[in-house]
Design a protein. Sequence first.
Length: 431
Amino acid sequence: MIEAIKKGEMKIAIIGLGYVGLPIALAFARKVPVVGFDISAERVEMMKKNIDPSRELIAEDFEGCDIEFTADPEDLKEVHFFIVAVPTPVDEFKVPNLNYLKSASEIIGSALKPGDYVVYESTVYPGCTEDDCIPVLEKSSGLKFIKDFKVGFSPERINPGDKEHTITKITKVVSGCDDESLKLITQVYELIIEAPAFVHPAPSIKVAEASKIIENTQRDLNIALMNELALIFDRIGINTNDVIEAAGTKWNFLKFYPGLVGGHCIGVDPYYLTYKANKLGYRPDVILSGRRINDEMSSYVAKRAIQLLIRAGKYVTKSKILIMGTTFKENVYDIRNSKVSDLVKELANFSVQIDVTDPYADAEEVKHEYGYDIVDKIDDDYDCIIVAVNHREYLEFDEEYFKSISSENGILIDIKSIYKNKIKDLVYWSL
């Protein structure tokens, strides 16, 4: 099969062309023929015009690619190697939502033929591929796993906004259902991975699934520790970043920083692992504790803002607050699971007037997803300014700028401490 793929006699399909799927599809399409499938016909039409709906890629990234974009499942029947990169969110109760994954498996199943391969990249809990996805493939196709088709798992590692660690430049973990599938899947991904990065074969699908889950769970817990320390140090009256700078002089100290932890990975993936652990009768207290701390940081920042307004002698219900940044991280358009939305909700409970601005976020998407507007014009009378996301556009702002948009006795809350030691006149607070 690998030789047939190299010669263009067998096609690769990527199912789901979002932040993860589209870069993968284009990377393969520079080497071999690819079918890029997405259920949204509107998104497909944009990509046919070399437009990335997620706004992560530019038109030049589509050049030199042998790719057919489609929303028609019939076009998948000529494909023999399928890669699934669909969202795996959690619901309002923090329970894994596998609807996208199962739907993709049904679509693939209807096109599956004897000898075909399916590789899942979507982040899941260990066992999900074999327990939840393969039965759907079998039912939809009428074929038998191993006997008729084979399956693997290769966790995605794409980091939105990161132009350095792109799909071709990162080490890729792969796995297969047997030795033969592991060998072939490794060879397929070696088509796009560039040295010094390499393809790392994991011993089983479950190991590959678990490896992705713990990458983000580890980071989540490290940030949770910093957030808890920030809560303690704020009560003591010392700056967390000063403490980290001092502790960081030790050679083996890991520099993580406090902040709002959202997004579609770090703020979601740990719940997949805790869900599986609970199913097995084990309560993962450390992981759940970290998630609780990180989920509550928006509430803490909001309450701190209200306290500072009161101390400044301002009437809370007549106060006006500007929140700068609403994407889940700096320099990206992605608003999924943004904890800034929780900050807005918490502040709204105090009946303050809230303006939100962001140079990246799409106003219609924000309104649809979270129910608030992005203001076009910034006023000059804000009682409190909260810089929630450290976009590059904000880094050059100085105190004079903030004073120009503040009322008397203005307050600046700098969640990521990007203006530390630069503010003298305004009331200043950071995590």
